[in-house]
Design a protein around this ligand. Structure first.
Ligand SMILES: [Zn+2]
Length: 198
């Protein structure tokens, strides 16, 4: 995983430099900006991620740009994953992030039945989070089986709980049926290799 560390520029730029232009390993000129945080003995330098403007110590080379681990969907401990947008790794990553935000722990494949004894099950918001995750699991599975990818628009509708299928289908259905998330249609599998739309 290719990245640059802000400490690489120590002693190479002025202590208060706003940024630096350097040649990357592909021989291209790159400019990155710095941000500073005051500390007890001076100030600490960070990169400013050009995508989310957060202070970070490392910028990763993803696609053709430098960005922070979050924007590049990089797990700093595992290196980069398959970063096909809207593919199964992308969905899995979004599921983990979504679940972490609501303090929901799970292993793949996600199954809402593991949460029926959760103390939060009586809350409508918690059931909504389970519905979102079960919907994403449905998409993830199809992405693995048939390399389906989803647009950002469809994914974000699901993540916000606004996708029409999440409004009309039960958790049981989301677990047991397949759907075309782009059109909102239920899919009937007649033969293991043949998918027929209703
Ligand atoms: Zn970022």
């Amino acid at each position: 995983m290719e990245y640059i560390d802000v400490r690489q520029f120590k002693d190479k730029v002025k202590p208060d430099a706003k940024g630096v232009t350097f040649k990357d390993s592909h021989g291209l000129q790159r400019t990155v900006s710095f941000l500073y945080q005051k500390t007890g003995y001076g100030k600490k330098r960070f990169f400013c991620c050009p995508f989310c403007l957060k202070r970070v110590q490392k910028l990763y080379f993803v696609g053709n740009e430098y960005m922070c681990s979050e924007c590049g969907k990089v797990n700093p401990y595992e290196g980069i994953k398959n970063n096909t947008k809207g593919g199964y790794d992308d969905i899995a990553y979004r599921m983990k992030k979504y679940a972490a935000r609501y303090n929901i722990q799970f292993d793949f494949p996600f199954d809402y039945l593991n949460f029926i004894f959760d103390s939060r099950i009586g809350k409508q918001s918690f059931r909504k989070h389970l519905t979102v995750l079960q919907g994403l699991e449905n998409m993830r599975f199809q992405s693995i089986m048939s390399k389906t990818t989803y647009s950002t628009k469809v994914l974000s509708a699901v993540l916000r709980g606004k996708h029409p299928l999440l409004q009309t289908q039960t958790l049981w259905e989301l677990k047991n049926w397949f759907y075309d998330w782009n059109s909102g249609e239920r899919i009937i599998i007649e033969h293991p290799r043949q998918i027929i739309k209703m």
